[in-house]
Write a protein that binds this ligand. Structure first.
Ligand code: ADP
Length: 447
C-alpha cells in the first residue's frame, strides 16, 4: 500500500480523498493555489505545497508544478479527484513515466473515453446499446443532413471532446441543422480546442441513469448499481438518487451484466461510470467517465462501501475488497449539490461565509470544505458542498432530506439551498415522475 498520496485537487473532493487516506493509514499531501492557502484540505493534510497563482491553468492544471510537489514530498501516488487533470491522458502518462501511480485508469482508457466517438465505437462492439446517431465524426453539413434524415429530427450535434454539459446543440429541422452544426463546431473549438462533432438522436423525455463500476488489476470487475441523475439544468446534474425509482430488477440486472462484461473485455482498471439515457424501457449509452464522480456518495450510502478506498486499493495492485455477491444494496439515498450561486439566475456568488451550520442526525452526510469565516474564491467551480441523505425507503429519505435542508445554514453568500428546498416539495419529484428536461420546465413555470 502507498505510504503517502498527493491529492491533485481542491474543495470537497480533496477533503473526501484525504479522509479515505487517513482511514487507510496513508499520509496526505495537499496542493493548493495562492487563493486556497486557508482551505480546509490544506489545513487537514499532513503536508501541503503551494503550486501556483489562482488561475487553474497555473496551479491545479499545472503538471510540472504538481510533479515537482510529488517529488519534493516523496508521494508515490496521485489522486486526481474529478475535474482538473482527472481525465487528462497526458497527465496519466507523465505520472507513469516518473514511476509514480495515478489513482485512476490507464492512460489508454482515459484517452479512448475522452473521445466520445471512439468511446461509442468501442462500447458498440462490446454489445452496449448506443443512442442512434453517426458512426463517426461528422465533418460536413451535407453528411450531418444525411444522418439526421436517417435517424429523424430532432438531433443533437455534440462535441467529440465535450464535457460538463457544454458543446451540444439541438436541431429540429434541416434549416436549423445548418446553423446549429456551424455553431456547435465553433463552440467546440473554443471550449475544447477541437472542433470535431458527431450526431445523436435528441431524446425527448429520457432519464439519465448511470452505472458505477470498479475493476482491479487481476481482471475482476464489479458494479455498484445505478444512480438516477435526471434532475439537471443545462445538462448539468443538480440532484442525484440511488437506486433509480424507475428500474425493475430485471432491467437493472441485464444492463449491469452487460456493462461489467464490456468493461472486463476492455481490460479497464479502477473506477468508471457508464452513462446512459433511459427511455421507454430501453438504455442508450452516452459516455463513460473514467474518474470518481461528484455523486459517488449516494452509491456509498446504499452499499456501505467506500469507493475512494476501493480506488486506492486497486491502484496499489490489491484486489477489490468485495466480490459481486458481497455487494448488497439497502435503502435509498439522495444527494443535493450546493453551489455558491444565485438560486434565481444561477450567477456565481463567491464571498465570505459568515455562518455555517450543516445538518446532522442519523442518515445525514455533508461533504463540504466550508467553515465559518471561509472565503469562497471566485476562480473555481461554484459547487461548495453536497448534502447526502439516506433512508430505508425513498419516502423516509425524502422526509429526512426535507428536514436536513431546513436545518442547513450557510450565511453570507447566496447558495442553491432555496432551490433544493422548493424542488423536494414538488409533487412530481416526490412521485419520481421526472425526466432530464423536467427541472427546466418547472423553473419556467416558477418564473
Ligand atoms: P457531458 O460529457 O458534457 O456531460 P453527456 O453526453 O454526458 O455530456 O450528456 C450530458 C447530458 O446532456 C445528459 O445527461 C442529458 O441530459 C443530455 N443529453 C446528452 N445526449 C443526449 C441526447 N442524445 N438526447 C437528449 N439529451 C441528451
Amino acid at each position: 500500500m502507498f505510504e503517502k498520496v498527493l491529492i491533485a485537487n481542491r474543495g470537497e473532493i480533496a477533503l473526501r480523498i484525504h479522509r479515505a487516506c487517513r482511514e487507510m493509514g496513508i499520509c496526505t499531501v495537499a496542493i493548493h493555489s495562492t487563493a486556497d492557502s486557508e482551505a480546509m484540505h490544506v489545513r487537514l493534510a499532513d503536508e501541503s505545497v503551494c503550486i501556483g497563482p489562482p488561475a487553474a491553468r497555473d496551479s491545479y492544471l499545472n503538471i510540472p508544478s504538481i510533479m515537482a510537489a510529488a517529488e519534493l514530498t516523496g508521494a508515490r501516488a496521485i489522486h486526481p479527484g474529478y475535474g482538473f487533470l482527472s481525465e487528462n491522458a497526458e497527465f496519466a502518462r507523465i505520472v507513469e513515466a516518473h514511476g509514480l501511480t495515478l489513482i485512476g485508469p490507464k492512460a489508454q482508457h482515459i484517452e479512448m473515453m475522452g473521445d466520445k466517438v471512439a468511446a461509442r465505437q468501442a462500447l458498440d462492439q462490446l454489445g452496449i446499446p448506443l443512442v442512434p446517431g453517426s458512426e463517426g465524426i461528422v465533418d460536413s453539413f451535407h453528411t450531418a443532413q444525411r444522418i439526421a434524415g436517417e435517424i429523424g429530427y430532432p438531433v443533437l450535434v455534440k462535441a467529440v471532446a465535450g464535457g460538463g454539459g457544454r458543446g451540444m446543440r439541438v436541431a429540429s429541422s434541416a434549416n436549423e441543422l445548418e446553423l446549429e452544426f456551424a455553431v456547435a463546431r465553433r463552440e467546440a473549438s473554443e471550449a475544447f480546442g477541437n472542433d470535431q462533432v458527431y450526431i445523436e438522436k435528441y431524446l425527448l423525455n429520457p432519464r439519465h441513469i448511470e452505472l458505477q463500476i470498479m475493476a482491479d488489476s487481476t481482471g475482476d470487475v464489479v458494479h455498484f448499481g445505478e444512480r438516477d441523475c435526471s434532475i439537471q439544468r443545462r445538462h448539468q446534474k443538480i440532484l442525484e438518487e440511488a437506486p433509480s425509482p424507475l428500474l425493475s430488477e430485471e432491467l437493472r440486472a441485464d444492463i449491469c451484466l452487460r456493462a461489467v462484461s464490456a468493461v472486463q473485455k476492455l481490460g479497464y482498471l479502477g473506477a468508471g461510470t457508464l452513462e446512459f439515457l433511459f427511455q421507454d424501457g430501453e438504455f442508450y449509452f452516452i459516455e463513460m467517465n473514467t474518474r470518481i464522480q461528484v455523486e459517488h456518495p449516494v452509491t456509498e450510502m446504499i452499499t456501505d462501501i467506500d469507493l475512494v478506498c476501493e480506488q486506492i486499493r486497486v491502484a496499489a495492485g490489491e484486489p477489490l475488497s468485495r466480490c459481486q455477491e458481497d455487494i448488497r444494496f439497502k435503502g435509498h439515498a439522495i444527494e443535493c449539490r450546493i453551489n455558491a450561486e444565485s438560486p434565481v439566475d444561477f450567477s456565481p456568488a463567491p464571498g465570505q461565509v459568515t455562518e455555517y451550520h450543516p445538518p446532522g442526525g442519523g442518515g445525514v452526510r455533508v461533504d463540504s470544505a466550508l467553515y465559518a469565516g471561509y472565503r469562497v474564491p471566485p476562480f473555481y467551480d461554484s459547487m461548495i458542498g453536497k448534502l447526502i441523505v439516506y433512508g430505508l425507503s425513498r419516502d423516509e429519505c425524502l422526509m429526512r432530506l426535507k428536514r436536513s435542508l431546513e436545518e442547513f445554514v450557510i450565511g453570507g453568500i447566496e447558495t442553491t439551498l432555496p432551490l433544493h428546498r422548493r424542488l423536494v416539495s414538488e409533487p412530481d419529484f416526490i412521485s419520481a415522475n421526472y425526466d432530464i428536461h423536467w427541472l427546466e420546465r418547472l423553473m419556467k413555470e416558477w418564473n
